[in-house]
Design a protein around this ligand. Structure first.
Ligand SMILES: Nc1ncnc2c1ncn2[C@@H]1O[C@H](COP(=O)(O)OP(=O)(O)OP(=O)(O)O)[C@@H](O)[C@H]1O
Length: 269
């Protein structure tokens, strides 16, 4: 057992300490990023396209490693973790994507069951090859997201919002302690977007799940987040509880960029 397994984290599930990520000499995706997220907290990342939101999320489970700085997640020093430790950590971190990433030809229930693959030995082909308890757990998760009645339909017969709810059920079957959501509502209509964010908020509260969620919609961030972290050119330009922010504060993350764009177009530095 590695010493990282029992590192004390206090109230923090995620901690970034001066994290910089340089992809190329002229591409600094994260620039001295520091923040922490508490257990059960829903933290929304806001910022223009290219501001570093996805890159930040990918540092949480070690898909990217920082060029400098430290990332600590659930007591594991991601930066120093060995491959085996990282694999263990990734089982504790669920991921929800913009494009759902369901297997379209499989049933909804089997898609959810795949969330257990990380803790099962060997490949599974077909619903009956999953242990009964996994199938029951999957049904329970589907019930939780309001889709138990769709369990035996093919995934590609569901609407986008329903598919994202299935993807959340799949992530929850993994029994994660941290949930990463990369623009989970970017391809959904406004009503489905609210439903999906409401669901994320609900499961976070029920399971004391720490959520880090990138969004483009300020009003969704204000409605469903506990805290907003604003990114601009890889730097944290806002880190504020939602209770202390109004719409114009949150929009300033974008307005600031607009002003700079105007200045640089006019030849100012
Ligand atoms: N694997 C990579 N190799 C090189 N550059 C990258 C890589 N991933 C991201 N970048 C660059 O890092 C910067 C931040 O990108 P990132 O995808 O994190 O932004 P984002 O805020 O998530 O954008 P979006 O809202 O469009 O998803 C961009 O300049 C991007 O081109």
């Amino acid at each position: 057992m590695n010493s990282n397994d029992h590192l004390a984290t206090g109230d923090e599930a995620i901690r970034f300490n001066n994290v910089t990520k340089v992809f190329a000499p002229d591409v600094t995706a994260l620039d001295e990023v520091s923040f922490s997220a508490g257990f059960g907290e829903v933290v929304v990342l806001l910022g223009l396209s290219g501001s570093g939101k996805s890159t930040l999320l990918r540092h949480v489970d070690g898909l990217h490693l920082p060029s400098s700085g430290e990332v600590e997640v659930l007591g594991v020093n991601v930066t120093a973790a060995r491959p085996r430790e990282l694999r263990k950590l990734r089982r504790r971190v669920g991921f929800v994507f913009q494009q759902f990433h369901l297997v379209p030809t499989l049933t909804v229930l089997e898609n959810v069951c795949t969330g257990a693959l990380g803790r099962l030995k060997g490949p599974r082909l077909g619903l009956p090859t999953y242990p009964k308890q996994v199938r029951l757990d999957a049904l329970e998760q589907l019930d939780r997201v309001g889709l138990a009645d769709r369990a035996f339909q093919r995934a590609d017969t569901l609407s986008g919002g329903q598919q994202q709810r299935v993807a959340i059920a799949r992530a929850m079957l993994q029994r994660p302690e941290v949930l990463l959501a990369d623009e989970p509502v970017a391809s959904l209509d406004p009503e489905s977007s609210h439903q999906v964010m409401q669901l994320i908020k609900k499961v976070a509260a029920e399971d004391q799940l720490t959520v880090l969620c990138s969004l483009h919609q300020v009003e969704l961030a204000l409605a469903w987040g506990d805290r907003i972290i604003g990114l601009h050119s890889g730097q944290v330009v806002m880190d504020t509880p939602v209770a202390d922010i109004d719409l114009s504060d949150a929009m300033s993350i974008y307005a600031r960029v607009g002003a700079e764009t105007v200045a640089s177009a006019a030849g100012d530095e």
